[in-house]
Design a protein around this ligand. Structure first.
Ligand code: UD1
Length: 424
């Protein structure tokens, strides 16, 4: 397994190109299943999760070509196996996003249940409940969700769907299914993440009738057919946020080209309160910081968008580890998302956790050690810790990082970090 070797203590200067968003590209690859026409996606990031999704759709009989410039061309006209097998789903929960489009276009789908993952149990009961409200008959057998339309039906039927909690991929599955359903679907308690809006824009470009995306109530008027489109994947706000935290912590002056400050309000507000200067500038976001102990620790609670993202909790926690003062961080979205804490403590951080709450007391310095990545965003928090720690830090098991960050180490090296990949 590859590792990252980081020699800490450098400030970061220069420019980073923010890639397309993982969490938009994955549902958008599935949205291409809704039509027999060719679909072109631009700005698709080079990530392991994207490779897994391409494997998943090719396994269904779809043709998908990926070019080095981030263009992916998909042709789902010959799709003949509406299935997502366990071997692929177990490595990437987002595979559940195939369920809605397959049901909508083919009237049947067999998708493996994802099972648990490092950050806690992540059920899909809401996905099942919502699609069942649209008429789908779904049974769970041998670890698979087997879904079909009732006898005599040719399409799903529009419905009012109110989920018990806000779910991002749930909202996306319903959007895709409703686009081809008969009649109107109203999604209440819908997720408002920018990736939902980006998916809705793509579906609209394919001929879907959608209103209210970006709010908690989305209305979809189903259409008979969708056509092909060319769509550019929105910039990755979590990648941008990760670089913002890295520069704030190490100190420096970096321009994040294509970064969308308007998608990061909650994070940017906290960074400013911590003492970094973050500005929306033409074409991106500029961050300047004196780093380390010039920063003041900031408490926060993770919530759904537009609140503080759970996907930024670990990275901001690293910043709190070296800031002045004490901060309380509450994780409200996932039950077990403090796996990075013990690793940060190995680097000298002072953190106490009690259930969903972590209390971080800033220390003057972290000291390099070998640490282990446990999930995607936890890995990013350890990389930031390595950048600020004295001496050498080795981050092991970085396949987690490769799932969701496009060339992270070369981007960091480009702005002055001393970081290299050690091949297994
Ligand atoms: C998406 C993101 C992930 C992010 C998360 C929360 C993608 C591919 N992934 O994951 O990066 O961390 O949103 O912002 O976009 N829940 C249920 N039953 C369900 C569905 C969800 O109980 O059927 C619970 C989950 O366990 C969790 C909460 O609802 O506690 C929110 O999860 P959800 O928004 O669905 O996360 P994902 O869509 O899986």
């Amino acid at each position: 397994m590859d590792k990252l070797l980081i020699r800490g203590g450098r400030t970061l200067q220069g420019e980073v190109l923010v890639s397309g968003a993982k969490n938009a590209a994955l549902p958008e690859l599935c949205a291409a299943l809704l039509t027999a026409d060719p679909v072109t996606l631009l700005n698709v990031p080079q990530l392991q999760d994207v490779s897994t999704m391409l494997k998943l759709i090719r396994n269904m009989g779809v043709t998908a070509e990926r070019a080095d410039d981030g263009t992916v061309r998909i042709d789902a006209s010959a799709l003949n196996t509406p299935e997502a097998p366990y071997e692929l789903v177990k490595t990437m929960r987002a595979s559940v996003l195939a369920l809605g489009p397959l049901l909508a276009r083919f009237g049947e789908a067999t998708v493996s249940l994802p099972g648990g993952c490092a950050i806690g149990s992540r059920p899909v009961d809401q996905h099942i409940k919502g699609l069942a409200a649209m008429g789908a008959e779904i049974v769970v057998e041998h670890g698979y969700m087997i879904a079909k339309l009732p006898a005599g039906w040719t399409r799903l039927k529009g419905a009012r769907i109110t989920t018990d909690m806000v779910t991002v991929t749930g909202t996306e599955n319903f959007l895709m299914a409703a686009a081809l359903a008969e009649g109107e679907t109203v999604l209440e308690n819908a997720a408002q993440e920018p990736e939902i809006s980006d998916l809705a824009e793509m579906l609209i470009a394919m001929g879907a009738k959608i209103e209210g995306h970006g709010t908690s109530r989305i209305r979809i008027q189903g259409v008979d057919q969708l056509h092909g489109c060319t769509h550019r994947v929105v910039a990755d706000r979590i990648e941008a946020g990760t670089f913002l935290c890295a520069v704030a912590a190490t100190g420096g002056d970096v321009m994040l080209r294509h970064g969308r400050a308007d998608h990061l309000d909650a994070v940017i507000e906290k960074l400013r309160e911590a003492g970094a200067t973050v500005q929306a500038v033409e074409g991106g976001i500029r961050v300047q910081s004196a780093g380390g102990a010039t920063l003041k620790a900031q408490g926060f609670r993770t919530t759904e968008y537009p609140g503080f993202p759970t996907d930024m909790q670990a990275q901001f926690m690293t910043l709190n580890c070296i800031a002045q003062g004490t901060a309380t961080v509450t994780e409200t979205i996932f039950e077990n998302r403090f796996m990075h804490v013990n690793e940060l403590v190995r680097l000298g951080a002072k953190i106490q956790t009690d259930g969903k709450v972590a209390v971080i007391e800033g220390v003057p310095r972290l000291s390099g050690a070998t640490v282990m990545a446990t999930d995607l965003r936890a890995s990013a928090s350890l990389v930031i810790a390595g950048l600020v720690a004295d001496g050498e830090t080795v981050v092991d098991r970085i396949y987690h990082l490769d799932r969701g960050y496009d060339c992270m180490e070369s981007k960091l090296r480009g702005i002055g970090a001393d970081i290299e990949r050690v091949k297994a």
